[in-house]
Design a protein around this ligand. Sequence first.
Ligand code: SAM
Length: 280
Amino acid sequence: MTEFKMSPFVKWAGGKSQLLDTLIAKLPVQYGRYYEPFIGGGAFLLGLSPKKAAINDTNSVLINIYRQLKENENEVIERLRNLDSVLCDKERYYRLRKKYNEKIMQGCTLDTEVAALMIWLNKHCFNGLYRVNKKGLFNVPWNRREKGNSFDESNLQAIGKYLRDNDILIRNEDFEIFCNQVQAGDFVYFDSPYIPVTETANFTDYTADGFTLADHQRLANLFDVLNDRGVFIMLSNNDTPLVYELYGNKGYKIQSIDVKRLINRNAKKRTGKEVIITNY
Ligand SMILES: C[S@@+](CC[C@H](N)C(=O)[O-])C[C@H]1O[C@@H](n2cnc3c(N)ncnc32)[C@H](O)[C@@H]1O
């Protein structure tokens, strides 16, 4: 374990900071490599800091940040310092959002500039949401706060050092392909986009984050395959009937827990129930 307590460099939907202690208490006693196929903001990985890990996400702009921090966190920090040296008023926010989107549209090489811009936008956008339109362009409005640092320098340095000094593989592919390499005795934590609390007809073929009913079925099949392979598996999701259809009556442990929801437009819906499923 590194001494500095690392934490996510972006606020991310489904971030696991509040559940960290619960998840750590449920870890297997011993395991080989730590795998996280849906890394997002990485709260569990950073809280745990395993020496051997593999992380993955289909969001290539997000994965670019992990890669840039691993390669060259000082250049990312320098760019963030420059971004923070000027107050973020409305004009500046929308100008930099446009610049970021132009780089994405041009299919630019993902680099330290895109990494810094994404961290900066995450801190200055409404509710710290990451949301893109159908063209993949970031469309969250400004949070109307002109002041405030968009990063914690010690945290970014610690993350860069952690990713470099340990055996950490970083991938950008679908979760099923990513899990091909998992071996008996390894540990996988699945934190996919969640099943909507109220499953609508829409959910069967389309969701805002692109994770459909078919993907949840694919994930449940993979859970069984990895279980047969002798892998330790933990999975988070909303506590919904579909979860019990997919994972119930198979000998897995399903624990229901109360959670606060950080990102919900309706303040009354900021509490709910989630499950943690394990095969051990
Ligand atoms: C609920 S978030 C993970 C939250 C994360 N545990 C955290 O602490 O921030 C789900 C992530 O899955 C990613 N994702 C969606 N579809 C995917 C797929 N088919 N394969 C891999 N990652 C995917 C999204 O980009 C998103 O970052």
